[in-house]
Design a protein around this ligand. Structure first.
Ligand SMILES: Nc1nc2c(c(=O)[nH]1)N[C@H]1C(S)=C(S)[C@@H](COP(=O)(O)OP(=O)(O)OC[C@H]3O[C@@H](n4cnc5c(=O)[nH]c(N)nc54)[C@H](O)[C@@H]3O)O[C@H]1N2
Ligand SMILES: Nc1nc2c(c(=O)[nH]1)N[C@H]1C(S)=C(S)[C@@H](COP(=O)(O)OP(=O)(O)OC[C@H]3O[C@@H](n4cnc5c(=O)[nH]c(N)nc54)[C@H](O)[C@@H]3O)O[C@H]1N2
Ligand code: SF4
Ligand SMILES: [Mo]
Length: 743
């Protein structure tokens, strides 16, 4: 075997770094950042290096497993599909389609075969019980963006390479590498901004790695961002600082916003936020007076009771200070493929709808086709018509990632039937009757469907697989299509490729009408995600128009650019009004549902703060719940520690390194976990931080390394009934806790 070098986009986080992977004798000998990559220019983090450990992990599943007498045993693919055919259709026949549910998790967003095909399975199941990690994460941002700009993925992001002021709220890109903003090497870009005189300001209850490099950092009481943001907007109106700039002709609802924030004076919110009125006013003035400035907010502002309001007010600030859609402000990417705001008639559209159906037990409204994932346990437990009895999970570990994980774990154990598409036997999949593994990420081609819509610079990058798949191992889109066929009652013997051919032809008819013939012609000989991609690229904003613009992009051209680092499509360009898809053709600054929710916030302004609350944390060597089994990441100090402010530690008699019991009280009763204390002046007094995704001490899993240092499950403390009612998003921060020394 010859030595080879592969240029490969990392599928692990939203930064989408280009990697340079060297292979000798079929084994990976090095993984480095690909200096030639047009988008990431050589940046890499420790997780990228860990792809080798992931590829080689002996615990990573390589064959299907079927649970027999309570034990998971290896099975062939035919046996696995036969078992699913034997057990899934009877549940549907007996109890109806809403007795099934599907949950899809975070890694799916990074796999075109999963994100592009999950919807086909959900439609085949025909259930309203569709859930995803989006309601543990960014649903508020997507809802607010959808209401304002007309599409769920029309999310504004800082034009960091041209800005002079970046206000970061509730995000820690130095650890997370960015989210809803694809920006590899945030640190380098932020340093460059500072070097040209620009400033970074961070608002976070913890002095994070990002806050430590900032020019200013303000602590905020967890959950109070809506109040801070409303007061910032209030100040713009009160001091006549509102300037709409280049989008003036495309904004509606400015006066209504002014009225909605009237009660939120800086004085009224200061105590609730833990930020002085003077600081709030100064911040508003600085934002208004800096010609190139952008506000960016992320998960800390989404996973709270007023997540949608907070996400909305961030862009209200960007609009009212004249920074939306201008170089150096908050701008929109223009992806080469799959961008909904590049399809259809430019400038207006149908907008978004929510509440087209509701959760059976809680009545929570559907948002983006989904119900809140925190409703899943009660949908399984609560008897009556529509009770969930069969579940398919795809790349998700909600027992660790979703609030009240232990309750969900008990609920999963009570299902009639459960299938998991997953690469590990873990805390969630241990409940599955059948587990269907995906290939190693390095055995898959890669093109990001979602993240070019959120990228700091426009680009088109494709990577071929590094390794061939093991014989018999299907691609994940094939598995999804075969599951869908079983759910439709077509049996387990269907050929995935033929199913794909039929469905693709239908879609092309529907989407392309008169052009359908040339699309079919142009995509001949391709299947699966590659065919989707060919159609999307050629029909996209830079595409060859299926032959009508010969200089435009095709899949072949994007593939050919792989060794040289992909195709650069230039810096962000102003896109308003062309990218808008609202019915009015305007930026909807004052959606009625959001204005109404402001009254809920106003009524809540004076609520007293609990003495001690808990928030989450991310570490650069960890990734949600599933990378703790990889040696290169697991080594070093324990990362699942409870950070406690020195004052709180002294008051509670806690020593550094000692064990503490963290307990909470929810409607479901008392909960507690134990974690090691790390005394840290980074914390705001009264706030404790514990990372999520730990708790690898469950029986029946196969995560040998992770189980050696299991850590505590933060989500065992959190309340599955605490949500942002508009988006259905879980509240993950600000829960009242008690802390007590153990032993
Ligand atoms: N308290 C608290 N909870 C949180 C958060 C928080 O900040 N605080 N963050 C939330 C956020 S933002 C998110 S996105 C969620 C994430 O929560 P989940 O969506 O549950 O994602 P992970 O925990 O990353 O689990 C991923 C699963 O996918 C599997 N997997 C990995 N790669 C593949 C693959 O290629 N194919 C298949 N089929 N499976 C694969 C892994 O084995 C694992 O079981 O967690 C949320 N939970
Ligand atoms: N290394 C690593 N990288 C990751 C992940 C990972 O697990 N590990 N997960 C990936 C995923 S799924 C996602 S969604 C992204 C998330 O990316 P980020 O949004 O950058 O996530 P965090 O690093 O958790 O940063 C959130 C910050 O919000 C702060 N915070 C908590 N509560 C509040 C609050 O009420 N108000 C304010 N203003 N701040 C608050 C926290 O202290 C924390 O610093 O990261 C992704 N990247
Ligand atoms: S930051 Fe790390 S995990 Fe994220 S894409 Fe880059 S190398 Fe992969
Ligand atoms: Mo996430």
């Amino acid at each position: 075997m010859t030595d080879t070098t592969h240029h490969r986009i990392c599928p692990l986080c939203e930064a989408c770094c280009g990697l340079d992977i060297k292979v000798q004798q079929g084994r990976i000998t090095s993984i480095r950042g690909d200096a030639q990559d047009v988008f990431s220019a050589g940046y890499i983090c420790p997780k990228g290096v860990a792809l080798k450990d992931l590829h080689e992990d002996p615990d990573r599943l390589r064959t299907p497993l079927i649970k027999r007498d309570g034990v998971h045993v290896p099975a062939t693919w035919d046996e696995a599909f036969a078992e699913i055919e034997r057990r899934l259709p009877p549940v549907i026949a007996l109890h109806g389609r809403n007795a099934t549910a599907a949950v899809v998790g975070n890694p799916a967003a990074h796999k075109i075969g999963l994100v592009g095909y999950f919807g086909k399975l959900a439609r085949a199941l025909g259930t309203k019980n569709v859930f995803s990690a989006s309601t543990l994460d960014q649903m508020p941002k997507q809802l607010a963006s959808g209401l304002m700009f007309g599409h769920w993925l029309s999310v504004a992001l800082p034009d960091i390479v041209r800005t002079d002021l970046l206000l970061v709220i509730g995000a820690n890109p130095l650890a997370s590498n960015g989210s809803m903003w694809t920006v590899p090497d945030f640190k380098g870009k932020a340093r460059a901004m500072q070097a040209r005189g620009g400033r970074l300001i961070v608002i976070d209850p913890r002095r994070t790695e990002t806050a430590a490099m900032a020019d200013a950092h303000h602590f905020i009481r967890p959950g109070a961002d809506v109040f801070l943001l409303a007061a910032l907007v209030h100040t713009l109106f009160a001091e006549q600082l509102v300037r709409l700039g280049t989008v003036t002709d495309w904004v509606t609802g400015v006066a209504e916003v002014g009225q909605a924030v009237a009660p939120f004076t800086p004085e009224a919110v200061a105590a609730r936020c833990g930020i002085s009125a003077d600081t709030i006013r100064a911040l508003a003035r600085t934002l208004a007076e800096t010609p190139r400035a952008a506000v960016y907010a992320r998960i800390g502002t989404c996973t709270q009771e007023y997540g949608t309001l907070a996400s909305w007010l961030v862009d209200v600030l960007n609009v009212l200070t004249g920074h939306l859609d201008t170089p150096g402000g908050a701008m929109f990417a223009k992806p080469a493929a799959f961008g909904s705001n590049t399809m259809g008639r430019p400038g207006s559209g149908k907008g978004i709808a929510t509440g087209r159906h509701h959760a059976r037990v809680s009545g929570a409204p559907e948002v983006m086709g989904e119900l809140p994932i925190t409703c899943l346990a009660e949908e399984i437990e609560t008897t009556g018509p529509g009770q969930v009895r069969a579940l398919i999970t795809i790349a998700t570990n909600p027992v660790l990632s979703s609030p009240n994980g232990p309750r969900l774990s008990r609920a999963l154990a009570s299902l009639d039937f459960m299938v998991s598409m997953d690469i590990y036997l873990n805390e969630t999949t241990r409940h599955a009757d059948v587990i269907l593994p995906g290939p190693s990420p390095l055995e898959d081609m890669h093109y990001d469907l979602a993240f070019p819509q959120l990228s700091w610079r426009n680009h088109a990058r494709y990577s071929p697989p590094v390794f061939e798949r093991t014989p018999g191992q299907p691609e994940e889109w094939e598995t999804l299509l075969r599951l869908a066929a079983i759910a439709r009652g077509q049996g387990s013997g269907q050929d995935a490729g033929e199913l794909d051919d039929a469905q693709f032809a239908d879609e092309v008819q529907r989407l392309y009408g008169a052009q359908a013939e040339s699309v079919m012609q142009a995509t001949q000989g391709l299947r699966g995600p590659q065919r989707m991609l060919e159609a999307a690229l050629r029909g996209g904003p830079y595409g060859d128009g299926f032959g009508t613009r010969p200089e435009g992009l095709t899949l072949a051209k994007v593939m050919a650019a792989n060794p040289s680092g992909g195709i650069d499509l230039g810096e962000l360009q102003p896109r308003i009004p062309e990218m808008l898809r609202t019915p009015s053709g305007k930026i909807e600054l004052a959606p009625p549902s959001l204005l109404a929710d402001m009254q809920r916030a106003e009524a809540d302004l004076a609520r007293p703060a609990p003495a001690l609350v808990i928030i989450g944390r991310r570490d650069v060597r960890s990734n949600n719940s599933w990378m703790h089994n990889l040696p290169v990441l697991a080594k070093g100090p324990m990362r699942c520690t409870a950070l406690v402010h020195p004052g709180d530690a002294a008051r509670l008699g806690l020593q550094d390194g000692s064990l503490a019991e963290i307990s909470s009280q929810t409607g479901q009763g008392p909960h507690s976990v134990q974690a090691q204390v790390e005394i840290s002046a980074e914390m705001m007094p009264g706030v404790v931080s514990l990372p999520h995704g730990w708790g690898h001490d469950q029986p029946g899993t196969r995560l040998q390394l992770a189980a050696q240092r299991p850590g505590a499950n933060l989500n065992a403390l959190l309340d599955d009934q605490w949500r942002d009612p508009l988006s259905g998003n879980a509240v993950l921060g600000g829960m009242a806790i008690r802390l007590r020394a153990v032993g």
